[in-house]
Design a protein around this ligand. Structure first.
Ligand code: IMP
Ligand code: MG
Length: 173
């Protein structure tokens, strides 16, 4: 494969995260905020987004994997790493790199909701349009993109390219 055309530049990402961070700063002023990043893709988004949030927040992480070898999400999710902290009574924002079918997030929301957080919201840098998606409310969203496979800024192709500073399409060669 080859790195294809740039869909979202590093500058555009930074400007958007700044806006998202400002909105989160406004909304969570005076609240006990916990950012929950979904490994591994959300690491890059979370690191940059968090630095645009002017509040004394905390970090936690979860790692999940879909069952089976299919490239399509099945909705059956296995927890590889659970949260370190309890979230009872806390204000939680799940941070994701991309929302595709929404199956992973639907599972995570259900899983975290029963732990009684004070609130539970979603932040995602990318939303893939033109795919069949479960109804999900993403409170803090970055960019809507088409139904293409993308890499960079946390998103991988076979484990690689997460470190690209921008989001690019994949050219199959
Ligand atoms: P969902 O359960 O279908 O919403 O899948 C979401 C997960 O699939 C994301 O967290 C990514 O890890 C992965 N994913 C979805 N689309 C892409 C893509 O275009 N490039 C890389 N990973 C993707
Ligand atoms: Mg992911």
């Amino acid at each position: 494969m080859k790195i294809g055309r740039t869909l979202v530049s590093a500058e555009e990402i930074d400007a958007k995260l700044k806006e998202m961070g400002a909105a989160i700063t406004r909304d969570y002023e005076g609240k006990d905020l916990l950012l929950v990043g979904i490994l591994k893709g959300a690491v890059v988004v979370m690191a940059d987004l968090a630095r645009h949030i002017a509040l004394p927040l905390e970090f936690d992480f979860m790692a999940v994997s879909s069952y089976g070898a299919s490239t399509k999400s099945s909705g059956v999710v296995r927890i590889l790493k659970d949260l370190d902290e309890e979230i009872d009574g806390r204000h939680v924002i799940i941070v994701e790199d991309i929302v595709d079918t929404g199956l992973t997030l639907q599972y995570l929301i259900k899983n975290l909701q029963v732990r009684n957080p004070a609130s539970l919201k979603l932040a995602a840098l990318l939303i893939k349009d033109g795919v069949e998606r479960l109804p999900l409310e993403v409170a803090y969203e970055g960019f809507h993109i088409g139904p293409e496979f993308v890499i960079g800024y946390g998103l991988d192709f076979d484990g690689k390219y997460r470190n690209l500073p921008h989001v690019a399409v994949v050219d199959e060669v």
